[in-house]
Design a protein around this ligand. Structure first.
Ligand SMILES: [Zn+2]
Length: 553
C-alpha cells in the first residue's frame, strides 16, 4: 500500500517535469531518472548528456570555463536562438545573458540535475520560447572534482537521498563559495573571467541545498544582499521578482518557497527569529550586487527526498527564466542605471561622502507572518530538565523577526581612486583578474587624499579556507603625496567602483587585507611594534593638487 502511494506521488510530482514529451531518447535520460532517484550524475554522465544533446539541436554551443585543479574541463553550455558561441556574438544579437550555475557544493547536487532537465525542454521540448528574449549560459557542474568523490554520508541531513553525493570542497580543498574575493581556485578564475567578465550576465543564479533547519519550505532564496552596492538591483530582485515567483509557485503548483535562513531551537519555541547568512562578497551571489548585476541564491530543502528537491529547483529555475525572458529589457535598464549611479557617486562625491566597509546583520522592517515550519514540542526529561522534540506537524507562526538586512558599523570616505605602489603588483593583478581597469602611471604625480595608519593588526588564530584572516584598526589622515611613475592607478569612476572599494579599503570586512594580501608588507614594517602606513593611497581628485593660483600680471 505504502509502495503504491509512493509510486503515485512520484508520477504526479514528476509529471511536472515531463509534460512535453512522453519519452526522451535514451541518451538524454539522466542518472537520477535511470536509478529511481537513488543516484546523482557523475562528471562523465554530465559530459555524455551534453555531448548527446549537442547533436540534437542547433541552439546549443559548448565551451569550457577552464580546468579544475584535478584537470577536468568545466563545461559551459550556451543556449541561444540563433546559436552564439562567443560573447561578441551575444552582444551583436542584443539579447541579455542569464547565467545558471549548478553544483558549486558537490554534496548539493539538485541544481546539476535540474538544469539538464531544463536543457532538454528548452532545446527539444515546450520551453523553446525561453530563448525568445535571452541567452541562457549554464555551468551544470561547477565543482567537477568534488562531484566525483562520491560517498555515503557526506550530507548527513539529506535523508540519505540520493544514497551517495560528492563532497563540498574542490580538488584543492577550497569552498568555492568563499573564494569570490581572493580568487584562489581555478574555478573562481574561470567564473569571473570567462563567464562574468566575458558574458556579462544580467542575472546569475547559484543552486544549492540547505543543510539544517526544519523550516517547511521546499526552497528558500536570497537576493544578492544590499550592503555596499547600489540599491536598485537588490530592490528589484528582493521586492519585486522573488515575491512574484514565490506567489506564483504557490498558486500554480501549491509549492511553498520563502526567504533563506535558519533558526536555532536553543532560542526556545515557538521560534522568534530567523537568520539569513552573511553579506560578504566572498559568497558568489553577494558579489554580483557590487558589480551592478542581479543574482539569486537558491537553496532546496535538505529534508525532502532527492526527487522533490530536484523538482523544487527545476521549478524555481524555470520560473526565473520565464520572468527574465518577459522582463529582459527592464532588467537590463535597471542594471545599467545602477552602473551609472555607481560611477556618478564617485564623480560627484569623491572625498566628501562615506560608505560602509563593515556590516552587521539586522532585522528587516517587516516581520515574517505565516512562517511555515515543522513544529516542536517540549518534553520533560527524567532529570526534570526540558528539551524540544520535532513532532512531525507542519505549522505556521506569525511575528517572526527576520534578520535579512545589513547595516554598516564602520564607514570610509569614497575616493576618486587608489594608488597601489609598484612593489605591490600582486594587488594590481588580483584587481585585473576581477575585471577592474588598472593603469600604470607614466610620470610622477602629486595627489591629495588620505593615508590610513594601521595602529592594530590582528590575525585570527583559527584557520579558515587556509587563511588566518586579518583585520586592521587605525585612522585616516589627510595627506598630499607624490606617487611614482610605474605605480598602479585605479580610477574609481568605472563600473566596478563598489567592488574596488570593498577590495581595497583597509578596514573592509572582506577585502584584500582580510585575505592576507598585505601581511608581508605590514610584517616587514613591524606593524606589531608601531603604526604603519597602509601602502594603498586614496586620492580624492585627479589629475594633480592645484598649485596656488599663479599671480596675475
Ligand atoms: Zn551550498
Amino acid at each position: 500500500m505504502k509502495k503504491i502511494a509512493l509510486v503515485l506521488l512520484l508520477i504526479s510530482t514528476y509529471s511536472g517535469f515531463a509534460q512535453t514529451k512522453t519519452a526522451w531518447p535514451d541518451d538524454l535520460i539522466i542518472t537520477p531518472e535511470k536509478s529511481n532517484f537513488d543516484k546523482t550524475s557523475t562528471y562523465t554522465d554530465v559530459m555524455n548528456f551534453i555531448n548527446a544533446i549537442k547533436t540534437k539541436s542547433p541552439n546549443i554551443q559548448v565551451s569550457s570555463i577552464g580546468k579544475s585543479p584535478m584537470g577536468k574541463e568545466i563545461p559551459l553550455v550556451i543556449l541561444s536562438n540563433p546559436a552564439v558561441s562567443t560573447p561578441e556574438q551575444a552582444k551583436a544579437l542584443g539579447k541579455p545573458v542569464v547565467y545558471i550555475q549548478g553544483n558549486i557544493h558537490a554534496g548539493e547536487v539538485e541544481g546539476k540535475e535540474a538544469v539538464m532537465m531544463l536543457m532538454r525542454e528548452i532545446l527539444l521540448g515546450n520551453k523553446k520560447s525561453l530563448l525568445d528574449n535571452q541567452i541562457i549560459v549554464i555551468v551544470p557542474i561547477y565543482n567537477t572534482d568534488g562531484n566525483d568523490k562520491m560517498a555515503k554520508g557526506l550530507r548527513p541531513s539529506q535523508e540519505n537521498s540520493p544514497s551517495e553525493t560528492g563532497e563540498r570542497e574542490n580538488g584543492q580543498g577550497l569552498d568555492l563559495n568563499r573564494d569570490a574575493m581572493k580568487m584562489e581556485a581555478p574555478e573562481t578564475q574561470g567564473l569571473i573571467q570567462n563567464v562574468i567578465t566575458a558574458w556579462d550576465p544580467q542575472m546569475s543564479v547559484d543552486l544549492h541545498t540547505t543543510n539544517g533547519t526544519w523550516h517547511a519550505y521546499s526552497l528558500t532564496w536570497a537576493p544578492s544582499y544590499l550592503y555596499a552596492g547600489e540599491p536598485a538591483t537588490y530592490n528589484f530582485t528582493n521586492n519585486v521578482m522573488l515575491p512574484y515567483i514565490t506567489k506564483k509557485v504557490k498558486d500554480d503548483y501549491g509549492m511553498f518557497f520563502g526567504p533563506y535562513g535558519d533558526y536555532s531551537t536553543r532560542e526556545g519555541w515557538p521560534l522568534k527569529n530567523f537568520y539569513t547568512y552573511n553579506h560578504h562578497p566572498r559568497y558568489v551571489i553577494n558579489q554580483f550586487g557590487l558589480r551592478n548585476r542581479m543574482a539569486i541564491l537558491s537553496e532546496a530543502f535538505a529534508h525532502e527526498r532527492f526527487y522533490q528537491r530536484i523538482y523544487s529547483t527545476y521549478t524555481f529555475v524555470n520560473e526565473i527564466l520565464d520572468y527574465t525572458n518577459k522582463h529582459a529589457k527592464e532588467i537590463v535598464q535597471i542594471n545599467h542605471d545602477a552602473e551609472m549611479a555607481a560611477i556618478k557617486n564617485v564623480v560627484d562625491n569623491a572625498g566628501k561622502a562615506k560608505k560602509g566597509v563593515r556590516f552587521k546583520m539586522v532585522p528587516t522592517a517587516d516581520k515574517l507572518n505565516g512562517f511555515r515550519t515543522y513544529d516542536y514540542t517540549y518534553f520533560i526529561k527524567p532529570d526534570g530538565s526540558k528539551s524540544l522534540l520535532k513532532n512531525g506537524n507542519i505549522v505556521t507562526y506569525d511575528n517572526v523577526t527576520y534578520y535579512g538586512d545589513f547595516k554598516d558599523t564602520i564607514q570610509s570616505t569614497i575616493p576618486r581612486g587608489y594608488i597601489i605602489p609598484a612593489a605591490q603588483s600582486a594587488i594590481a593583478e588580483l584587481l585585473m583578474k576581477q575585471g577592474v581597469k588598472v593603469e600604470k602611471l607614466e610620470k610622477d604625480e602629486k595627489l591629495s587624499g588620505e593615508i590610513f595608519m594601521v595602529e592594530k593588526f590582528d590575525r585570527s588564530p583559527r584557520k579558515f579556507e587556509g587563511h588566518n584572516m586579518a583585520s586592521a584598526e587605525g585612522k585616516f589622515e589627510a595627506a598630499t603625496k607624490t606617487v611614482l611613475k610605474g605605480d598602479y592607478k585605479v580610477d574609481m569612476a568605472q563600473p566596478l567602483a563598489n567592488l574596488i572599494f570593498y577590495l581595497l579599503e583597509p578596514q573592509s570586512d572582506d577585502g584584500l587585507l582580510t585575505w592576507n594580501f598585505f601581511d608581508a608588507y605590514l610584517d616587514q614594517n613591524a606593524v606589531n611594534t608601531k603604526p604603519v602606513e597602509f601602502p594603498v593611497f586614496k586620492y580624492f581628485a585627479w589629475p594633480v593638487v592645484k598649485e596656488n593660483s599663479k599671480k596675475k600680471k
